[in-house]
Ligand binder design. Structure first.
Ligand SMILES: *[C@@H]1O[C@H](CO)[C@@H](O)[C@H](O)[C@H]1NC(C)=O
Ligand SMILES: *[C@@H]1O[C@H](CO)[C@@H](O)[C@H](O)[C@H]1NC(C)=O
Length: 286
């Protein structure tokens, strides 16, 4: 019995090490290729998002003007759309940019911030999902609300009743949208509709800093751009790496404000041995 348990633990550790290697290769690719990530994002997140992309090795561009999109989006390696501070004219830019990215075969990532806060937000998000994002990342309530609404009228599950759990909601949304779906939480869950992996990195204090969720969505956009052959793995790796930066930052931080600074420093300075020992991604399915 004990031997069986030890064998299972060893297999788990082998799997973790395999993911850690992938994570290192994926951040190396970002650093080497320095993908240009166009961000159409909310006002609150712009600073942290741009700095997170720079520290990760990517090039941020905060371009949301409708008139610039035909010239700009075709040159971006990926696109991040975040609905945090939505207004009707921005929606035109979001749709134009997402359509163009999809047309050019470039990955794009959707962050459905507070999607259930208004009918307008939900309608916009459902329209954006139709434009086939490569990845959708939200927290459990956002993914459950979007998944439920995307089932159509009367078919949705009322998430306030807690009848649909986040993993099932993510899986169902991934299957219907064709996107990789990531749910942030104490354990981040990533699924392509079949495979499900869990990421156990990061610290709770990261939630005390505004826009950490927005920033990791942009980092995902950089990782899928630099690792185009496997967006599922790139998504899991970027969530883990951002979490590791938070863990390292927490060793030096006194609170949220200094964590923000140390987290950016740690992401910038992340080295191979540290990453290999800290990445904690494991399969949750099969
Ligand atoms: C998800 O994010 C929204 C918007 O920031 C917030 O209102 C909500 O409480 C969050 N839900 C969870 C489960 O963290
Ligand atoms: C990964 O997470 C599990 C569950 O929390 C924990 O037991 C394990 O020590 C972690 N491994 C690493 C390398 O952090």
């Amino acid at each position: 019995m004990e031997e069986k348990q030890r064998a299972a633990e060893e297999r788990g550790e082998e799997e973790r090490k395999g993911w850690a290697r992938k994570a290192w290769e994926s951040i190396r690719a970002v650093r080497e290729r320095s993908p240009l990530v166009q961000c159409i994002t909310n006002f609150v997140s712009m600073d942290l998002m741009a700095n997170t992309l720079l520290a990760g090795g990517a090039s941020p561009a905060m371009v949301h003007c409708l008139q610039e999109i035909p010239d700009f989006t075709p040159h971006a390696d990926s696109l991040c759309i975040n609905i945090g501070t939505l207004s009707p004219d921005w929606v035109l830019s979001m749709k134009a940019s997402a359509s163009l990215a999809a047309e050019k075969g470039r990955p794009w990532v959707l962050d459905p911030v507070a999607v259930s806060a208004s009918d307008f937000r939900m309608t916009v998000c459902l329209d954006l999902v139709q434009l086939r994002p490569t990845v959708i990342r939200g927290n459990a309530s956002e993914i459950m609300a979007l998944s439920s609404a995307s089932l159509g009228p009367n078919k949705g599950v009322d998430s306030s009743h807690g009848t649909m759990d986040a993993v099932e909601a993510a899986r169902s949304l991934a299957q219907r949208s064709g996107a990789i779906v990531a749910v942030s939480g104490a354990v981040d869950v990533i699924t392509d509709g079949q495979r499900v992996v869990g990421v156990r990195n990061g610290v709770a204090m990261m939630q005390r800093i505004t826009a950490t969720g927005c920033a990791v969505t942009a980092l995902i956009a950089a990782f899928v751009a630099a690792n185009p052959s496997n967006p599922f793995e790139a998504t899991a790796c970027s969530l883990s790496i951002f979490g590791v930066a938070g863990e390292l930052g927490m060793d030096m931080a006194k609170g949220p404000a200094s964590l923000r600074m140390h987290m950016i420093d740690s992401l910038h300075g992340l080295d191979e041995p540290t990453l290999l020992s800290r990445v904690n991604i494991t399969s949750l399915s099969g």
